[in-house]
Design a protein around this ligand. Structure first.
Ligand code: ADP
Length: 322
């Protein structure tokens, strides 16, 4: 019988609980012990572990967030604190650690392997869908659902009052939520993170709509480097082009909520394969989705932030919003 642990790190995302549940029950089914680490790497350094039974992960499948809680830990970037975390794992006779999080969390997990050869498995969990080596990250689908639902509601007002709306969605370095939300809500245009705003293009979208009697326009803005970017765009549209607009920042509602069936399915498959991977562990792996299949990848493939801007979809948005 072996003992394994699981933690969630970085920003929470809907579906993390499904992965914890599948991981825990798969290992218990095979006769192994599982611990949950509270609050990510912070809890790992503190040795804050709870023994998980099959019933401990009951009734969490449908809940957003992570019942183990998450954190960002600057200390864990320092080898001195990783040694403390390693010692805590050893004291509890833990043989392997699964980490659910983004590329930053994966760097932390891989450091545990490089420093102490401690077995680790990564599971991609972030609403942004921006990790290299995987086509999908747990929580992305639910976040897009939430954003599209919100835009549908705002469009009612945009139409009723002939208004231009700038709707800001999450995505510091990632454009995926913005592009999919724009496509699925029939937005007139999309502004990507770290992209110079093309005001001529935005104005043209509005004029084109007006010329065929369109009531109101919706622009989806990815937050980029800092939340509230839409207010700058709003000011410039007014000052330079005399166009009045309203801003709506969707904010953290995109991170929470009950996971969609798609997220539940992928998270369960990933949690299951993570557990199975420990049972035949040879080297650290990240569980990923590639070409529709859940499979494993090396850590080195999955340590980078990869926005993978979907230019084809941007083209579609432009063409069908005429
Ligand atoms: P995400 O996992 O969503 O990308 P962060 O980038 O905030 O989120 O990373 C989460 C945590 O992972 C950090 O707070 C830190 O504890 C750990 N981490 C990030 N980068 C490293 C690194 N280079 N070495 C060790 N730990 C890291």
């Amino acid at each position: 019988m072996s003992t394994f642990a699981i933690l969630t790190s970085g920003g929470d995302s809907p579906g993390m609980n499904c992965a914890i549940r599948a991981f825990t029950r798969t290992l218990i089914f095979s006769g192994h012990k599982v611990y949950g680490v509270k609050k990510g790497y912070e809890g790992l350094i503190a040795g804050d572990f709870i023994k998980l039974k099959a019933s401990s992960v009951g009734n969490i499948l449908q809940r957003g967030g992570t019942f183990l809680q998450s954190s960002r830990s600057e200390e864990f970037k320092d080898k001195k604190f990783r040694k403390i975390a390693y010692d805590k794992l050893k004291e509890s006779n833990i043989d392997g650690l699964a980490v659910i999080g983004g590329d930053g969390s994966f760097k932390g997990a891989y450091a545990l392997w490089e420093d102490f050869k401690f077995p680790v498995i990564g599971i991609p969990g972030t609403i942004d869908n921006d990790i290299s080596g995987t086509d999908y990250t747990i929580g992305h689908d639910t976040a897009v659902h939430t954003a599209v639902d919100a835009v549908d509601k705002i469009r009612d007002t945009a139409f009723s009052h002939d208004r231009v709306f700038l709707i800001e969605v999450m995505g510091r370095r990632s454009s995926s939520i913005a592009i999919k939300t724009a496509l699925c809500s029939g937005a007139e245009n999309v502004v990507l993170p770290n992209q110079e705003v093309d005001y001529q293009d935005l104005v043209q979208s509005i004029k084109r709509g007006e010329s065929r009697g369109k009531k109101g326009s919706i622009f989806i803005v990815a937050e980029g480097a800092r939340e509230g970017r839409s207010y700058d765009i709003q000011k410039n549209l007014q000052a330079k082009y005399g166009i009045s607009s309203r801003v709506c920042i969707l904010g953290h509602i995109q991170r929470g909520g009950s996971p969609s069936p798609h997220d539940r399915l992928i998270a369960t498959e990933m949690g299951f394969l993570a557990a199975e991977s420990f049972l035949k562990f040879d080297e650290p792996k990240v569980i990923r989705q590639k070409n529709g299949q859940i499979s494993t990848a090396s850590f080195s493939e999955c340590l980078a932030n990869d926005d993978g801007i979907d230019f084809e979809h941007i083209e579609v948005i432009k063409k069908i919003s005429i």
